[in-house]
Design a protein around this ligand. Structure first.
Ligand code: IPM
Ligand code: MG
Length: 349
């Protein structure tokens, strides 16, 4: 029995409604296993950065047309980037393990999906998301725009080490993804990856160009174990990979750094999906990604493995029983709303 402190940042769009279900799941774990989870709700921003707790549970941000477009000066996404950067959460783990009962929900053939169990390790605090300059400029001949893709060797090395270490507890296979035939940053990435790989002789290691990886992800997804890649490639590949699991609404993620807590490693836990403004407030969003982030948090930041297993099992039980949210609609299955899906999972714990 323990006491844990978690900051909850529901954010925008569907963020609040999926996070509400995730927090219900957490409270259920508390009463079932006799733990105390002190949760503080906060707006995304300074209060989050100063958070002293064990973990942050994050919903989603962005999606308002008021803050979009080329001239927007304030972007809600910036808050997320500040959180990731200021807390030095450089390693974003995005596991993809399609549930058996959902093999038919994917647009990919079940026989191709069979056995898929991979994790993408996405570098989260460097690359083109953070490089300066990044701006639209007025020139004598009209506008131009620039973004900067920069990586230091140290940044590449630490994310590669994270991936290799993670693979030791898995199937011991690492695929490093880059665009070394075009980008200098990728050539440094590849060189550094080779150097790190030499320290892990028991791990099978290969390189893949990002375009080829995009193809192989849907061609032979079961052959991957750990995929490690830079920030933007990881962003794009994980939306693609989410379709292996049937929907973006199924994929959790953990963002980790070197900060430790009394129970494990400090982390920011967020679904990989965004704020989905088109369905916000309609009780349609799939809360499972948010609920599975709770499982990741229990396991990685709070050291509560048994409880994490219980949450994951509960999700599987409810899916096996034939309940689906709108995004997973399938003939013969019962479609339920966000709240009802949350309630069913709570009940199954
Ligand atoms: C993600 C999201 C974010 C990102 C957006 C909301 C800025 O797509 O976490 O994958 O690109 O990192
Ligand atoms: Mg994304």
């Amino acid at each position: 029995m323990g006491t844990y402190t978690i900051t909850v940042l529901p954010g925008d769009g569907i963020g609040p409604e999926v996070t509400e279900q995730a927090v219900r799941v957490l409270q259920r774990v508390a009463s079932r296993y006799g733990h105390t989870f002190n949760t503080t709700q906060a707006l995304v921003g300074v209060s989050a950065i100063e958070a002293e707790g064990d973990a942050i549970l994050f919903g989603a941000v962005g999606g308002s047309p008021r803050y979009e477009g080329p001239d927007a000066k304030i972007q809600p996404e910036r808050a997320l980037f500040r959180l990731r950067k200021d807390l030095e959460l450089f390693a974003n783990l995005r596991p993809v393990r399609p549930l058996k009962a959902l093999l038919n929900a994917s647009t990919i053939k079940p026989e191709v999906l069979q056995g898929t169990d991979l994790v993408v390790v996405r570098e989260l605090t460097g690359g083109i998301y953070f490089g300066k300059p990044s701006e639209i400029r007025e020139t004598a001949h009209g506008y131009d725009a620039i973004d900067t893709l920069i990586y230091t060797e140290a940044e590449i090395e630490r994310i590669l080490r994270t991936a290799f270490e993670l693979s030791l507890g898995r199937r011991k296979k690492v695929t490093s993804v880059d665009k070394a035939n075009v980008l200098s940053s990728s050539r440094l990435w590849r060189r550094t990856a080779d150097r790190v790989a030499a320290d892990f002789p028991d791990v099978a290691f290969d390189h893949l160009l990002v375009d080829a990886c995009a193809m192989h992800l849907i061609r032979r997804p079961a052959s991957f174990d750990v995929i490690v890649t830079e920030n933007m490639f990881g962003d794009i590949l994980t939306d693609e990979a989410s379709m292996l699991a049937g929907s973006m609404g199924m994929l959790p993620s953990a963002s980790l750094g070197t900060r430790r807590t009394n129970h494990g490693v400090f982390g920011l836990y967020e679904p990989i999906h965004g704020s989905a403004p088109d369905i916000a407030g309609q009780d349609k969003a799939n809360p499972i990604a948010a609920i599975l982030t709770v499982a990741m948090m229990l396991r990685l930041s709070l050291g509560l493995k048994r409880e994490a297993d219980a949450v994951e099992r509960a999700v599987e039980v409810v899916i096996d029983a034939g309940y689906r949210t709108e995004d997973l609609r399938e003939a013969g299955k019962e479609v339920v709303g966000t709240r009802e899906m949350g309630r069913l999972i709570v009940e199954a714990i």
